[in-house]
Structure formats: structure tokens, C-alpha cells
Design a protein around this ligand. Sequence first.
Ligand code: ZN
Length: 209
Amino acid sequence: MDKEETEEEKEYFSHPTSTVEGDVEIGKGTNIWHYAHVREKASLGKNCNLGKDVYIDTEVEIGDNVKIQNGVSVYQGVTVGDNVFLGPHMTFTNDVYPRAEGEWNVEETEVKKGVSIGAHATILSGLVLNEYCMVGAGAVVTKDVPANTIVYGNPAVVKGFVCDCGKKFESAEKAFEDMDKVIFRCSECGKEVEIDREVYKRLGKTAED
Ligand SMILES: [Zn+2]
């Protein structure tokens, strides 16, 4: 069978310079670009895009419509939900106290649906990045990130709130407040997003506060 026939049979695209190991699941419409490497037992959903030099470790699970920019390594222990954006050269880790010698202690990190992570951000291991949060470029994330928050800095702290559609909420868009929640209404798409009062109070606070 020649190369062209093989390309027609599979429902995803992998550039000739990429490496896709055996026993992988790759959804229809996914593109795997130059020098990317998908290890065995990894799974990728539909319509994903893996940029140049992306590395997907063994047993990693990635959802649908995930965009992974150049140079990102998704290590074992990391799970990525649908519609996630991983900016260029952002970094996952998977051991908080790594040593070259001894056992590797893999800790799990979960990136939930709709999360965006900016260029060169670093995510420590054992964390949950909740739905539609946005991590700014160069941030160092050391704690779980609540849904629909914008975090950045080193260590990253809550700096604002954002709609699922990507529009940043201004304080004037607050629809109403009650004891437990602050509710924003998006001026772009009309969606109402609830932020827990405890999360809202973290706005602008330093990590030590
Ligand atoms: Zn919106």
C-alpha cells in the first residue's frame, strides 16, 4: 500500500515528520503537525490541532476541539477537556518535588472544558483548572483555578472574571449579587455566569492575603 492510500484511510492528518505510536485513539479531523510526537495509549478527540514539536505523553487523554500551540508537552497525569487552548510553549509539570534519582511521583492535573492557557505559563502538578478559566501569559499557577476567572502573575492570583465566550466582565456588568454569589451578564453573548462570593473576594488579593 502506498503512502497516499494510507493517508486516505485514516480520518486525521499527521505530517510525515510527526511520530504517532501504535495503540492510540485519534479523532476525525485532527491535525498533527511537524515533529509532533503522540505516544502509545494516548487519546485525542475530534478536530484537535497539534502544532510543531508538540509532545503527548503515554496514556494522556485529550478532548475534542483542543488547540495545542507549538512546543507544548502534555505529560503523563495531565487530562485535557474539550475546547481547551494551550498557548505556545506553556509548560505542564507532573512532580512537585522532582529528583533525577528515585521514583517518579506522577500527580494528576485536570484542565476542564473551555480553559485557555497563555503562552509560556507554567502549571504546577496536582491542580484543577476549572471550566472556562483563563490563565495569562507567563503565569505560574500554584493553586486550583476557579471557573470563569482570569489569573496571572507569579504566583498566579485572581485578577478578573471572564465569560465562556472570552469576553472579560467589567464590574458594571454585574446582574445582581446575593449572599453566596455574584452574577455577571455578558454584554457580548448575554450569558449569565455565577461566581462564588468566596472566589469573588479573592479578586486582586495577593497569594499571602
Ligand atoms: Zn459571553
